[in-house]
Design a binder for this molecule. Structure first.
Ligand code: OOG
Ligand code: NI
Length: 461
């Protein structure tokens, strides 16, 4: 680093997340209403549940809860994905996971940019679900070429932001003033513009092909389409959204309500119908894309746990071919998930989920593990020397994401694209390979064990 006082990636990400939230609150007042509900519900849950309060506090999760958000953007061309990757890097956000949504009738594939170390996640876990449109999935060749030509003409990055990126990459950091400009320039990329860049006729053609294609192709930039706070009781927030007339989607995506939350449960309020102006003679129209979402996060699952999750979810959804429609879905889901153990010890022993192992009682630990060299975690846990903490799932779920996409594309819309994951092409466009989320959880678990026994080494030595 050649600049004197570079601003840390964590700091830049925190500021960015906060400014994005302020911008979205201004643009979409219902998002502000949602934040208020979530904040009240979370406070209520913590007040009523001192054990949870204590657990979250000792896992360093309380502080991040209030600022925790994820957002989503949809990009139009490979170069945009490539540059976004460089931009997110400045904020300590790395591409994790590959999501193919074509299987669900959505012509995009995606990754999630997010922080990856325990320290960075605790500071601010801001994530952005980033999709890239797959024009090759548009069947009509003339329309596909038209869309490509429109996208070709657009430049979503300002000269200033590109200049700062180069500077960051050559100097290894950003000064306070540059970081400030950087954050505000990046925020501009995601701002909503009510002027479409195309005529009403072209908008309509693209929209008829797939609403999402119109959303990506017809605007100046990749407007942020939602920001999602994290709640401790999603059923309660869903209930209140309905009462307050926020128009929530019918079902909560993901696993059912449980004692030990796993993975991720999500719901949203439907996208707003917003006024837009077309490029030809300023004709007025409307566009629906931006919405609000909430989520409740649980423990990250191992490959084995995830396979069980996928199987049970599929079982609940394939019943009568009903998917997640119908009044009976919540019941079918609960019924199906009875086969998923719902206590920490079984989840851990059967290696269905990831946990952090932390020192609970130093004296006991030193006596036990020190004297007879017990390295057996089961023994250390059962004696109370060591405690386990669930490792939070920091990623997304393709079936849930598709459900969120669908409900915001006007529920009924169902397009069929042949399932054709194209991870290698995505990574080529991105410029690097995406990280494997399971390896990150595995490493976090392993590190906690290493830290645990290294304290012993210092005590004994
Ligand atoms: C992204 C939808 C995916 C989630 O939380 O699963 C997502 C989009 O609509 O662009 O954000
Ligand atoms: Ni989302």
């Amino acid at each position: 680093v050649t600049i004197p006082h570079p601003i840390s990636a964590d700091e830049i990400r925190s500021r960015f997340s906060c400014e994005m939230s302020d911008m979205y609150r201004d643009e979409v007042p219902k998002y502000g209403a949602l934040l208020d509900i979530v904040s009240k519900v979370n406070t209520g849950v913590l007040d009523r549940n001192p054990a949870l309060h204590k657990a979250l506090d000792s896992a360093n999760e309380l502080a991040r809860l209030d600022v925790e958000r994820h957002g989503a953007i949809r990009l139009g061309k490979p170069e945009e994905l490539h540059t976004m990757r460089r931009i997110f890097y400045v904020m300590g956000m790395h591409p994790v996971g590959y999501y193919d949504l074509s299987v669900a009738g959505v012509p995009v594939h995606a990754t999630a940019f997010r922080p990856i170390t325990d320290e960075a996640l605790n500071r601010n876990p801001f994530r952005v679900f980033t999709s890239l449109l797959r024009l090759e999935l548009i069947e009509d060749e003339a329309l596909r070429e038209k869309a490509a030509a429109i996208l070709e003409r657009r430049q979503i990055f300002s000269d200033r932001v590109l200049h700062l990126l180069d500077k960051y990459e050559s100097e290894g950091g950003l000064s306070g003033q540059d970081a400030h400009i950087f954050v505000s320039e990046v925020k501009e990329i995601f701002r909503w513009h009510q002027d479409a860049t195309v005529s009403q006729e072209i908008y309509k053609q693209l929209h008829d092909s797939h609403r999402l294609i119109a959303d990506v192709v017809c605007f100046k930039g990749p407007h942020i389409n939602h920001l999602t706070p994290r709640t401790l009781d999603i059923d309660e927030v869903q209930e209140q959204m309905g009462q307050l007339g926020l128009n929530p989607k019918e079902v909560i995506e993901g696993p059912p309500r449980r004692q030990c939350p796993i993975l991720l449960r999500q719901t949203s309020f439907k996208a707003l119908e917003e006024k837009i102006r077309f490029a030809d003679d300023e004709q007025a129209g409307t566009h629906t894309a931006r919405f609000g979402e909430i989520e409740q996060r649980g423990v990250a699952l191992t490959a084995k746990g995830r396979a069980l999750y996928d199987q049970l979810l599929d079982q609940a959804r394939s019943y009568n071919n009903e998917g997640n429609a119908g009044d009976g879905y919540a019941r079918r889901l609960a019924e199906s998930f009875k086969a998923f153990p719902d206590d920490v010890e079984t989840l851990r022993k059967e290696q269905l989920a990831y946990f952090r192992y932390v020192l609970n009682d130093a004296a006991l630990f030193n006596a036990k593990a020190g004297s007879d060299g017990v390295r057996d975690l089961d023994v250390l846990i059962s004696t109370g020397a060591v405690a386990v903490e669930p490792i939070v799932y920091e990623d997304f779920l393709p079936v849930s994401a598709a459900g969120i996409f669908q409900s915001n594309l006007g529920g009924a819309e169902q397009k069929h694209y042949a399932a054709n994951a194209s991870r290698l092409q995505f990574e080529k466009d991105l410029g690097i390979a995406v990280l494997d989320e399971l390896m990150l959880y595995e490493a976090a678990q392993a590190k906690s064990i290493e830290v645990l026994f290294s304290t012993l080494e210092t005590v004994v030595a």
